[in-house]
Design a protein around this ligand. Structure first.
Ligand code: ADP
Ligand code: MG
Length: 277
């Protein structure tokens, strides 16, 4: 058989086996090999590494798409000096992602703008990059999706879905009050994941105030019981980072604004930049 025919056959084998990265790299790899004469093992190892790298990249992109994570934030971007209430060692410990292996939870508590979502999303991206299945949702979306599933007869599938990711990020619990029915849906998601998969949850309400988030205090207690059994709790008490950045600009604007004929205070809608609905 001619070299040309053999080459065509090899390419079709590679496509049949879906080794497309190797198929694409084949021609230049053979050319280089003709010149450099590597050993058989070295040549084969190099060629297959191409496929492994491409597969890893594809899976990473797939996990990232699946995760629904907002734009990438990193722990390195998190200014620790701006948040002295946070124990830096705890952030370093979370960054090891050991809590995911231990199926433990993380609770990020603090007022708006202090970086709760930033930290949660950064941990999420780190976990995706480390090969974990991650899913990001807000508490409101989680409840809406689960409630819809119950109505449309997809309860089991949806509960399996919530149990799928090794890390489930639940953002923004407590911004909206949760009626008893919704609280019980959230409880079921959390209790099924208990000792099965990790949850990172962010909330603007201290644990003592959870009775105010949920109409039903029994469910609130049950949710907290499951969440806190194996958990790291980070309370961030500092100022809003967003407001910190805007404060100087606001201060500079203030004389101009108060000098206006209609006078008065700085409009609260503009000051409320860091407030969530
Ligand atoms: P929260 O979820 O607590 O309301 P966010 O995480 O949304 O706050 O933070 C608001 C904005 O400020 C985001 O753009 C975030 O990246 C940034 N931010 C907050 N805290 C820090 C920090 N310590 N270092 C760097 N950026 C921060
Ligand atoms: Mg947030």
């Amino acid at each position: 058989m001619s070299t040309d025919t053999l080459y065509q056959q090899l390419r079709s084998h590679l496509h049949y086996l879906k080794l497309t990265a190797v198929a694409d790299a084949l021609a230049p790899a053979l050319e280089t090999a003709e010149r450099d004469r590597p050993g058989y093992t070295e040549f084969l190892a190099g060629l297959l590494k191409t496929e492994v790298d491409a597969t890893e990249q594809r899976r990473l992109q797939g996990r990232l798409r699946f995760s629904k994570l907002p734009a990438r934030k990193t722990l390195a971007q998190f200014d620790r000096d701006a948040q002295p209430s946070l124990d830096a060692r705890m952030i370093d410990e979370l960054a090891t992602l050991r809590f995911i292996e231990e199926r433990a939870n993380v609770l990020l508590i603090g007022p708006p703008g202090v970086g709760k979502t930033h930290l949660a999303v950064a941990l999420g991206h780190q976990a995706v990059e480390a090969g974990y299945r991650v899913f990001y949702t807000t508490a409101a979306d989680l409840v809406a999706r689960t409630s819809r599933a119950a109505i449309e007869g997809r309860w089991q599938t949806t509960m399996r879905f919530w149990n799928g990711p090794q890390l489930l990020l639940i953002d923004e619990l407590g911004y909206l009050p949760m009626p008893g029915q919704d609280a019980s849906l959230l409880f079921q998601v959390i209790s099924r994941r208990y000792e099965h998969g990790s949850i990172v949850l962010t909330t603007n309400r201290g644990i003592a105030d959870w009775g105010q988030i949920f109409e039903d205090t029994t469910v609130a207690a049950a949710i907290l019981d499951r969440l806190l059994h194996h958990a790291t709790v980070l309370s961030i008490t500092g100022d809003s980072y967003r407001m910190r950045r805007h404060r100087d600009a606001i201060a500079a604007l203030r004389p101009a604004l108060t000098g206006r004929p209609q006078g008065g205070e700085f409009p609260s809608s503009q000051l409320g930049n860091s407030r969530h609905p």
